[in-house]
Design a protein around this ligand. Structure first.
Ligand code: F6P
Length: 341
């Protein structure tokens, strides 16, 4: 059997660990693996390279993806699906493993209707893919956020300031909520609950009355101000899957807080630092398990599914059930937003 692997969408640490596991587990189970470059562009344009044990040696701890990524969507291109199928035939590829988020795995699911055998590995720092406890990359991004908040604490205390940290997560608040708890943020703002600047101001004033020298606010890029009519966007840029580029909510809050506060307010946007660096141990282990499971599913003939973490188990979940549905922070975790209020 020959498996073709591609990595699409926003990258994260852990992808290389999954590629390594596909190749190494495949090698001991009679499965040959080839790599397609730059996400779905690779299968469309026949950008393919063999993946040997030597190619994956020493990449477990390296962030990003050795195959490169893109937000290419074959369904936006004339004859895109047909070109993918032709490339698979030309390279004798039996099935594809698509490592990525909703968009990347969504293409794999749509291609099932063209007879393409594919398996998804859920990967996005946003952790917003349904029917898996965690997506690859989430815990590595959490490490970056926690480290950033630890660093912001020391400088905030030195200058008696309000510091705002804007983090990614698109339409879900997993990174902001869990990162805020891990890093001890004083105010946590997530897309799941609209916010108003006056409430933030009141929280900070209460802290001042307790003689707290500083306050730290963490805000998800997708958090929505009350009365703003939607998310704050930096540029009206839309990607190949129709997603607006988010960004700027931190400055939005700072501008309005500064009008009312004597204490200086400063903004840090963690941006792509959340997507870089070496994978957290959890992600290395999850990636290794996901890669091996994808090979097992292929050998069993189980396709149009994704590898999913359910407690301690890795199970196959139909892509049609998992994709195209939001995965906000569940009600049961929202108590952590203002746990100490
Ligand atoms: O989906 C992962 C993610 O990092 C989101 O959190 C963020 O909004 C988006 O990708 C950024 O997209 P790009 O990498 O195309 O700028």
């Amino acid at each position: 059997m020959r498996v073709g692997v591609l990595t699409g969408g926003g990258d994260s640490p852990g992808i290389n660990a999954a590629i390594r596991s596909l190749v190494r587990f495949g090698a001991t189970h009679g499965v040959d693996v080839v790599g397609f470059l730059e996400g779905w562009r690779g299968p469309m344009e026949n950008l393919v390279q063999p993946m040997t044990m030597a190619d994956v040696s020493g990449i477990l701890h390296i962030g990003g993806t050795i195959l490169g990524s893109s937000r290419t969507n074959p369904f936006n291109e004339t004859g895109g699906p047909e070109r993918v199928i032709q490339t698979m035939q030309d390279n004798a590829v039996d099935c594809l493993v698509a490592i990525g988020g909703d968009d990347t795995m969504g293409v794999a699911h749509r291609l099932a209707g063209y007879g393409v055998k594919a398996i998804g590995i859920p990967q996005t720092i946003d952790n917003d893919i349904a029917l898996t406890d965690y997506s690859l990359g989430f815990f590595s991004a959490l490490e970056a956020i926690t480290d950033a908040l630890d660093r912001l604490h020391t400088t905030a205390a030195s200058h008696h300031r309000v510091l705002i940290l804007e983090v990614m997560g698109r339409d879900a608040g997993w990174l902001s909520l869990m990162g805020g708890v891990a890093g001890g943020a004083d105010v946590i703002l997530i897309p799941e609950e609209q916010f108003n600047v006056d409430s933030i101001f009141q929280k900070i004033k209460r802290r001042e009355l307790l003689r707290k020298r500083f306050s730290i606010v963490i805000v998800a890029e997708g958090a929505t101000p009350e009365g703003h009519g939607g998310q704050v966007v930096d540029e009206a840029e839309v990607d190949a899957f129709g997603h607006m580029r988010l960004g700027g909510v931190g400055q939005y809050i700072a501008n309005r807080l500064s009008e009312r506060m004597k204490m200086p307010v400063r903004v840090t946007n963690l941006a792509y630092l959340q997507r870089g660096g070496s994978p957290a141990p959890f992600d290395r282990i999850l990636a290794t398990r996901f890669g091996a499971a994808a090979i097992e599913f292929a050998l069993e003939g189980t396709f149009d599914v994704m590898t999913a973490l359910h407690g301690m188990k890795i199970e196959a979940v139909p892509l049609g059930d998992a994709l195209g549905r939001p995965r906000p922070v569940p009600e049961g975790l929202l108590y952590m937003v203002d746990l100490f209020e």
